[in-house]
Write a protein that binds this ligand. Structure first.
Ligand SMILES: *Cc1c(COP(=O)(O)O)cnc(C)c1O
Length: 369
């Protein structure tokens, strides 16, 4: 019996264990924010941004940022149809209307022409989600945002290690958000980060994230707005401090795994992999394969073949507009089409060459059949 190949699992060393243990033993009282602030400083330095606020999740970070921009009922927010629900849930909870646009077939990210066509007088923000590590066209989006006075937000949860023209994903929009969920390139178990270069937005999010308590308010326990509670714990942040010290190594492993897949799969025709055009660095959070339509390979055939090989591969995100709580958008052809013949491949940091060969063999056999 072959061993089951996991889809993702974190890279945890003695450093993470040491820091988490220290936080559990000593990180209380006057020290209860030590690892949190250290993680925020380390992450801001890694991205080269002014401000970072650690959160309990990326979903929470997005919620805080959208709320601080004042987005609510009557507003529209544009994002790609191919996405995980977390990118849109805060939009819905704030009472705004999500507008799903189709994706480009190479980057799997939103199509800037369709974004521009979807703008109305109610549009307040565009959420650029850098899917699976691929970059949205930030030049086009920022130009569109500036011309229509619409905020560009980066959900960079999948784009640690990705860059556009040398600038880190998450550092270019009104604000950026990250996830440290256990499946992501760096983890704290559960956790996330809000980042921005806008000092007044940073102040507003700081207040909102602390139950509406303004730092300049002299009275104790005296919130001035109804805020949120999306904070990270010091113990989780301690694990994050170890991961941020190792961030270059964690990103390098993701890129090495992708390079290895490219070597194994590159000679095959009938498939395409994650794109990395000129001027872009892809952090390759999630190596994925899209089968050409001519191969006849479908999502269900992929699920069955990987299950039979005891490999944990996952389906490409369903179009959000296909979920029961949203209006159908059958006109988003590429989002429906790509998802119907694509799969995410295992890519955990400690994955070895043998495991990658087993994955490649499943793909080779499907192309032969
Ligand atoms: C994982 C992910 C999220 C959600 O992150 P949480 O930390 O689980 O809230 C949001 N957006 C994208 C693009 C993600 O990949």
């Amino acid at each position: 019996m072959s061993k089951r190949i996991a889809y993702t699992k974190p890279s945890i060393t003695e450093l993470e264990v040491t820091y988490a243990t220290d936080a559990a033993r000593h990180g209380w009282g006057a020290h209860c924010y030590d690892y949190i602030h250290r993680l925020e400083r380390g992450f801001a330095a890694h991205l080269d941004v002014k401000h970072a606020i650690a959160t309990s999740s990326c979903t929470g970070a997005l919620h805080l940022g959208l709320a601080a921009l004042g987005i609510g009922p009557g507003d529209e927010v544009i994002l790609a149809d191919s996405n995980w629900i977390a990118s849109v849930a805060p939009v819905v909870h704030l009472g705004a209307k999500p507008v799903f646009v189709d994706i480009l077939s190479d980057s799997w990210c939103l199509d800037p022409d369709l974004v521009e066509a979807a703008i109305t007088p109610r549009t307040r923000a565009i959420i650029a989600v850098h899917l699976y590590g691929s970059m949205c066209d930030m030049d086009r989006l920022r130009e569109i945002g500036a011309r229509h006075d619409v905020a560009i937000i980066e959900d960079a949860a999948e784009a640690i290690g990705s860059a556009w023209g040398g600038k880190c994903a998450g550092s270019m929009g009104a604000f950026g958000t990250f996830s440290f969920h256990g499946t992501k390139t760096m983890t704290t178990g559960e956790g996330g980060m809000f980042v921005t270069n806008d000092s007044s937005l940073f102040e507003r999010v700081t207040t909102l994230s602390n139950h509406g308590r303004d730092a300049s308010e002299p009275r104790q326990f005296f919130p001035t707005v109804t805020g949120y509670k999306f904070k990270i714990s010091n113990i989780a942040a301690a694990i994050g401090c170890a991961q941020i010290e190792r961030i270059d190594e964690l990103i390098a492993r993701k890129r090495a795994i992708m390079a290895s897949y490219r070597q194994l799969l590159g000679p095959l025709s009938g498939i395409s992999l994650n794109a990395e055009p000129d001027g872009v660095t892809n952090g390759y959070w999630m190596p994925s394969v899209v089968f050409d339509r001519a191969t006849g390979v479908t999502r269900n055939m992929l699920i069955e073949a990987f299950q039979a090989a005891d490999i944990d591969a996952r389906v490409f995100f369903w179009p959000l507009s296909e979920l029961p709580m949203f209006d159908a958008r059958p006109d988003n052809l590429t989002a429906h089409d790509v998802a119907s013949r694509a799969i995410n491949l295992p890519s955990y940091h400690d994955m070895d060459e043998n495991a990658q060969m087993r994955v490649a063999n499943v793909i080779r056999d499907l192309l032969k059949a």
